[in-house]
Design a protein around this ligand. Structure first.
Ligand code: MLT
Length: 353
């Protein structure tokens, strides 16, 4: 029986709908260590992942029956796309399902950085009462620089404008001078002018290390960095240096170069000016319902297309095999009659018959 293996959590409802829509067996194999993944994908025709499980070339090679990968979310940086494409494996993601979730969280983080919401809360929880320590500022009138004006970047811009922020953006893939009323500028211009810089670009070979030392040092003194895209976009060590030096006033991170991050972000953990979240961007009820629905629809469609292609291929193969068998019989007949056609008395329509 064909099998869909779910490697990262998706809702029970989405898993059930996957089984109903495809008629294939659906199995959850969650919480596997990277070493355990290859042996657990050998019998999979479809794999479903979020961002935790890495579908490396080795894993894809081990999944000999694999036809479709469903990525419940936006980023496909945890999938070796080259290995998938070499095997003609379809990779399906849900690019629009969590736009609002990520954009709202980005705004929430910006508000928290401006008003010390995270630190004020931790302080009261710790039994303190330090009102004077937490003087903040208003977002209204501040300049937000968005790097990456895809779906999420544009929604962040819209929400920020509702707070009265001014917005500029950088996106090398967009033509023209503006998008949705937001001026497009060079990366240097955005970095050097913005009070908040927010990253909303996917992680790939080109964007890896997008903000290294040179770029982070170009940021305006006293500015804040937000990364709700992917961890590998920012050099975390350099970011910690710039916070230590007071060049940057603070940062909010939801994604890290490695997840879970471990000791690599210890310097950021120690910093009271850093707001650190455990990759919560897409983690809303509504977002995950949309992810489930979109993913199930797209995977079921791909499975049905695969099955109808397979039926057509099997029918063509059957027709070809029948034609080859008929040709073989004709050749045998021709050989036994010395090439003179059908044997008399066996249906041969000879002269006068
Ligand atoms: C995404 O790329 O949509 C998210 O990172 C998915 C997730 O939260 O696992």
């Amino acid at each position: 029986m064909k099998r869909i293996v779910i490697l990262d959590p998706i809702s029970d409802d989405a898993a059930k709908r996957l089984a109903d829509e495809t008629g294939w067996a659906v199995e959850k194999r969650l919480g596997l260590s990277p070493d355990e993944v290859p042996a657990n994908v050998e019998d999979a025709d479809v794999l479903i992942v979020r961002s935790s499980t890495k579908l490396t070339a080795e894993v894809i090679q081990a999944a000999r029956r694999l036809k479709v990968i469903g990525r419940a979310g936006i980023g496909v940086d945890n999938i070796d796309m080259e290995a998938a494409s070499e095997r003609e494996i379809r990779v399906i993601n849900t690019p629009g399902a969590t736009t609002t979730s990520v954009a709202e969280l980005t705004l929430g983080a910006m508000l928290s950085l401006a008003r010390w919401i995270h630190a004020g809360d931790a302080s009261v929880h710790a039994g303190e009462w330090n009102r004077s320590q937490f003087q903040g500022f208003e977002l209204k009138g501040k300049l937000l620089g968005i790097i990456g004006m895809g779906r999420i970047g544009r929604e962040v811009a819209r929400l920020a404008q509702a707070f009265g922020m001014r917005v500029v953006a950088h996106d090398p893939f967009l033509p023209g001078k503006s998008v949705g009323g937001v001026p497009l500028e060079t990366m240097d211009n955005v970095l050097s002018r913005a009070d908040f810089v927010s990253l909303h670009v996917p992680l790939d070979d080109e964007s890896k290390g997008l903000l290294g030392r040179d770029e982070l040092e170009k940021m305006k003194r006293g500015a804040y960095l937000l990364n709700f895209g992917r961890g590998g976009l920012v050099d975390e060590e350099v970011l910690a240096d710039l916070l230590d030096r007071g060049h940057l006033a603070g940062c909010a991170l939801d994604t890290y170069a490695t997840e879970p991050p471990g000791a690599t972000i210890d310097r950021l953990r120690d910093h009271k000016r850093s707001l650190l979240l455990p990759h919560l961007g897409a983690q809303t009820r509504e977002g995950q319902i949309r992810v489930g629905m979109e993913l199930v629809d797209a995977v079921a469609k791909a499975v049905k297309r695969f099955m109808s292609d397979r039926t057509a291929r099997l029918a063509a193969e059957k027709e070809e095999a029948e034609a080859a068998a008929a040709a073989e019989i004709e050749a045998a007949i021709a050989e036994s009659t010395g090439g003179s056609g059908p044997v008399a008395g066996e249906g041969a329509a000879g002269p006068g018959s």
